[in-house]
Design a protein around this ligand. Sequence first.
Ligand code: SF4
Length: 379
Amino acid sequence: MKAIRRSGTSFAWQVNSYDGCEHGCLYCYGTTIRRKKYEDWIRPTPKMKVIGDLTKDIRWLNSSPDTKDEIRDIMLCSCTDGYQDLEPKHRITEQVIAQLIAADLPFTVLTKNTNVLRDIGLFKGYDKCRVGFTIMTLDDGLREVLEPNASPIGDRCDALAQLRAAGVSTYCSVEPIMPDKRSDPMAIVDALKDSVDLFEFGKWNHYSGESIREKTGIVYDEDYYIKVFTKLIPYLEKEGIRYCVAMHSEEFLRSHGFRFIAAQLAMDRPYLAPTKGEYCRCVVEPAIATQNPSQAHTIEAEANDHAGTCDAGEDNPDKSPTKPRRIKVSKRAALGMFERGQRPSDLARIGGITRSTLNRYYREWKARSNDKDEFQEKK
Ligand code: SF4
């Protein structure tokens, strides 16, 4: 299939209607995935061909009901924002959605742009879709720095309320939570719990963050996330708020000894608002336990890591829906794993990387960590 592609992230299938994204989020690593400079990334091009390709994909799916049944969700979009300001002119996402609905296929919209409200009439009454906004801060000043060309936070909050009032299943991606008091997930939940059916939480993958550090002074702080999740999860459980944790954050929690009492993939009917715990990716017991983290599981998750909060995952050209991806530990993945406390000896048994390369990455990571400590001390 050409338009509906497998994603390397937690969402199995995806359609991307643009190449690049005007929103220009500083934490987006779509630039890395698409190998573009930031200046080029924020000048996107419309992928007009997607519309014709999708028609062919749907024709093929209709003749392959087993594969069609396997598609539990299609992410719009995973490596761009389908409602950026190009969309009112080109209307690609609108046509994609119309085709998916006509084909009775499930989908999830994730955006940072209130242009999505144009299509409220399409979503309304279609029970195989959900529409979400990324909201990682309530502070529009911070938003202006981190997501310079996306809709203001207040407008996104209003849009969620409108969607909910229209009977559309809504969700909010609180990701990336930044280690800064302006990015408080509990405050976001409190502000939005009446208009959001499902919250998703994820921490910052800070290797995209040099410019964030320069522009905001925010520095990655692992302890911050432990404190945040230790408070947040019992609160969500107590309030009966439906939630899930982004896959890379689930692994972070596991590696810090949070004990998971259930684990279920959200991709099992994710477009339906789950009952409490039922479709959560994980339910976490917040007490720090002593169990050993599962290293192999961590590595698998890293291969499936999110790219930005639009789930900017890499297109996987593999056309087989069931064949597992071969895991190759990239430099970025290795650095992320060191950050979470794993060491070359833990990773050496993984294929696709030599011990000497791992040791070299580890030395680089150590040097960077020391820089970071110095920076924090100076602050
Ligand atoms: S994170 Fe999403 S909205 Fe932001 S620039 Fe990347 S693709 Fe666009």
